[in-house]
Ligand binder design. Structure first.
Ligand SMILES: N[C@@H](CCC(=O)N[C@@H](CS)C(=O)NCC(=O)O)C(=O)O
Length: 200
C-alpha cells in the first residue's frame, strides 16, 4: 500500500490508523502547489480529485475519501481493534462517526484555512464548529474514545481535525472532555510516529 499525503493534513489520520493496525505501507508526500509527489508521479494522475488522502492498495486500485480509507484500514485490522467487524451494527456506528467528522467537523474547518475567507464567514464556520463539537463533548461522556473504551479510526480522524484548531483560531476550552480526549490521543505512540514520518 502507498499513502499519498500532505504533512499535517487529514491524511495524517490514515497514517496513524495504518500504524495502529500494524500495516506495512509506503508514503509519498505531495506538493500542495505543484501536485508533484515524492515518488515522481503527478498526483493528479494518481487521484484526479487532486486531494489527499489517496491510498493505493496492493491490488493497484486507488482508494480516496477519508471515510472510505479509514473504514478500509479498520477492516484490515483482524483483531477488530480499530473498529467493529465489517457488517456488524457497530460498524455502521463507526461510519456514522466518520461521516460526522468528515462533513460536520473537517469541512467546517476547511474554509478557515483559506486566506480569502472573510471574518463574517469565518464566524459562521466557527459557530457551526462550536455546535458540532458540543455534541461530541456530550457523546464522549465518561468514555475515553468516541466508540467507548477502544481507540478507533474515528478517533484518529477527530484528533487530526482538532490539531488544526490553534492555527485557525478555534477555541475548544469550553469542552473539557474533548480537550482530555485530544491529549489522550496525542499521547499514543502512533501519533508521534506519524508526525515523525512526515518530518514534523
Ligand atoms: N472529501 C475529501 C476531502 C479531503 C481534503 O479536504 N483534503 C485536503 C487536505 S485535509 C486537501 O487535500 N485539499 C486540497 C489542497 O489543499 O490542495 C475526503 O474526505 O477525503
Amino acid at each position: 500500500m502507498k499513502l499519498y499525503y500532505f504533512p499535517g493534513a487529514c491524511s495524517t489520520a490514515s497514517m496513524i490508523s495504518l500504524i495502529e493496525a500494524g500495516q506495512k505501507f509506503d508514503l509519498a508526500e505531495v506538493d500542495r502547489n505543484t501536485k508533484q509527489a515524492s515518488d515522481g508521479k503527478d498526483f493528479n494522475q494518481v487521484n484526479p480529485k487532486g486531494y489527499v488522502p489517496a491510498l493505493v492498495l496492493d491490488s493497484g486500485e486507488m482508494l480516496s475519501e477519508n471515510v472510505a480509507i479509514l473504514a478500509y484500514i479498520a477492516g484490515l485490522d483482524q483483531s477488530g481493534k480499530l473498529g467493529p467487524a465489517p457488517g456488524s451494527e457497530g460498524c455502521y456506528h463507526l461510519l456514522e462517526w466518520l461521516a460526522y467528522i468528515n462533513s460536520e467537523i473537517h469541512k467546517n474547518f476547511s474554509p478557515l484555512f483559506r486566506p480569502t475567507t472573510d471574518d463574517a464567514t469565518r464566524a459562521v464556520f466557527k459557530e457551526n464548529l462550536a455546535k458540532r463539537l458540543s455534541y461530541i463533548e456530550q457523546k464522549l461522556g465518561n468514555n475515553p474514545y468516541l466508540m467507548g473504551q477502544n481507540f478507533t479510526v474515528a478517533d484518529a480522524y477527530l484528533y487530526v481535525t482538532l490539531s488544526w484548531r490553534d492555527h485557525v483560531g478555534v477555541d475548544i476550552s469550553a469542552f473539557p472532555k474533548l480537550l482530555a480526549f485530544y491529549e489522550r490521543v496525542r499521547a499514543r505512540p502512533s501519533v508521534a510516529e506519524a508526525y515523525r514520518l512526515q518530518g514534523m
